[in-house]
Design a protein around this ligand. Structure first.
Ligand code: FAD
Length: 419
């Protein structure tokens, strides 16, 4: 599968997948048919490009609705909304991310202090547990940077309930290797499997289910022996994460960007096209911080995708706006870059809770306090996030209205430029 980290490759994959986004997706999406050179036929594999902002959810939904009726594409559309829901949910409970980071660091320290635990952890991440399916997915994740959704669910369930490892170590393993690694979708999905997201409702992997939905893999159905049985209890925690009020930026106006400004591209917004800026920036700045996702080593696919997305995005934006570009490297101050280009303001694509915000915010906070940052947030996030208060149902029942409110009615995607 060609995971080239460019907008051109994203549009090409979207175009190739579109015919399958209707009823076929609903009927076949649960099967993990294994990695394929030509890409999987039953799921889009668009998540790395979506996470990097090389393509937006709005563009995907427009393209799908240009080809399928809302009913035929209902399932695919709902999955895209799961991504937006998780983002909105974490924005309203950012302490979940803060506690994940603390808990992960504690769990990593515990590994150093306990040889038995360390051994069990190494066996899991190196795919040496003796549970065939789990071992295949552990190696596949490292080798390809992607896992099918069902495999992620089974893997997380076996990690937590059969191997009895700390869920935060598993979530960290995913973040280090997934090309689509996303603070909201990953943390909240692991919590969902554990029974912490929907309290008391956990997800238990079953060998017959794994065999059924992996039968189409090139090596045949995967075996999963001695999995935790139905008696396994969901995890619980003392904290009750209260919802805090969303503080969303006001919609941007042309006046906000009337004076010379810099466009700041980052790991979750690596391309200018989905941002639809009303004016051209005087400078493009790229801030790649993929290493900030974990204290551990980030896998080659995850690192390469994130770095490539920003390097290419910066080049394409500089060419499109005929302006200079600069990299803002970790540990360097931002102000001199702005001063050298004589720009007053920074157009900042919204930084959701996660490692990118953690890494960039200390430098951006003083500029924000001085009123020099214009935060960009798309209509779909702005309309959907407030509905992500509790379970997904609150968003699911509003999807038709949200599409109408955001004017998403079915427009073909821009043609791929091939790069
Ligand atoms: C334990 C676990 C960890 C996960 N970690 C991540 C992560 O770090 N980053 C990430 O993007 N997704 C994560 N997911 C969600 C989901 O597995 C992936 O988004 C999906 O597999 C991506 O493949 P695709 O693009 O082929 O999806 P498709 O089935 O083609 O769906 C289209 C798009 O909808 C979104 N989507 C689909 N399913 C989900 C879902 N369950 N939750 C949220 N969004 C969804 C994705 O953006 C995806 O690209 C995780 C799921 C689990 C169970």
């Amino acid at each position: 599968m060609d995971f080239t980290p460019t907008r051109g490759a994203a549009l090409a994959r979207l175009a190739a997948f579109l015919p399958a986004a209707g009823r076929r997706y609903a009927e076949t999406r649960n099967a993990d048919d294994g990695p394929r050179a030509e890409g999987r036929g039953n799921v889009s594999q668009l998540s790395p490009w979506l996470h990097a902002g090389l393509l937006s959810e709005t563009e995907v939904l427009e393209a799908v609705l240009a080809e399928h009726s809302p009913r035929a594409a209902e399932k695919f559309i709902a999955e895209v909304f799961w991504r937006i829901y998780f983002k909105g949910y974490l924005e309203q409970r950012p302490a979940i991310w803060v506690d994940f980071v603390k808990g992960r660091d504690g769990a990593l320290a515990a590994l150093d202090a306990n040889a038995g635990l360390r051994k069990a952890y190494c066996e899991a991440v190196e795919g040496r547990t003796g549970i065939e399916a789990f071992d295949v997915w552990a190696k596949e994740l490292v080798a390809t940077g992607y896992l099918h959704n069902h495999a992620r669910m089974w893997f997380a369930s076996i990690w937590i309930f059969t191997l009895k490892l700390d869920w935060r170590l598993g979530a960290d393993f995913f973040l280090r290797h997934l090309m689509d690694a996303d603070a909201a979708s990953n943390t909240l999905s692991w919590r969902w499997v554990a029974g912490l997201h929907t309290k008391g409702k956990h997800y238990l992997a079953r060998a017959d289910n794994i065999a059924r939905y992996t039968a189409g893999r090139p090596e045949g159905a995967l075996d999963a022996v001695r999995l935790a049985g139905d008696e396994a209890e969901p995890l619980s925690e003392a904290q009750d994460y209260a919802r805090q009020k969303l503080d969303l930026p006001a919609p941007m106006t042309a006046a906000d960007l009337a004076k010379p400004f810099a466009l700041l591209l980052h790991d979750e917004a690596a391309h200018h096209a989905p941002l639809a800026l009303p004016a051209a920036p005087a400078l493009v700045i790229a801030a790649a911080r993929p290493e900030a996702r974990s204290p551990g080593a980030v896998g080659a696919h995850a690192l390469g995708f994130a770095q490539g997305a920003l390097a290419g995005g910066m080049e394409e934006a500089a060419a499109a706006f005929a302006c200079p570009a600069a990299q803002w490297r970790a540990g360097e101050p931002l102000a001199p870059l702005l001063a050298a280009a004589e720009v007053e303001r920074v157009a900042l694509p919204y930084l959701p809770a996660g490692w990118t915000r953690d890494a960039l915010w200390p430098e951006l906070a003083p500029l924000t306090a001085e009123g020099r940052v214009v935060t960009l947030l798309g209509d779909l996030d702005r309309a959907t996030w407030p509905l992500a208060k509790a379970g997904f149902f609150g968003v699911a029942k509003a999807i038709d209205g949200l599409l109408a409110e955001c004017g998403i009615a079915g427009h073909p995607a821009p043609a791929s430029t091939g790069n």
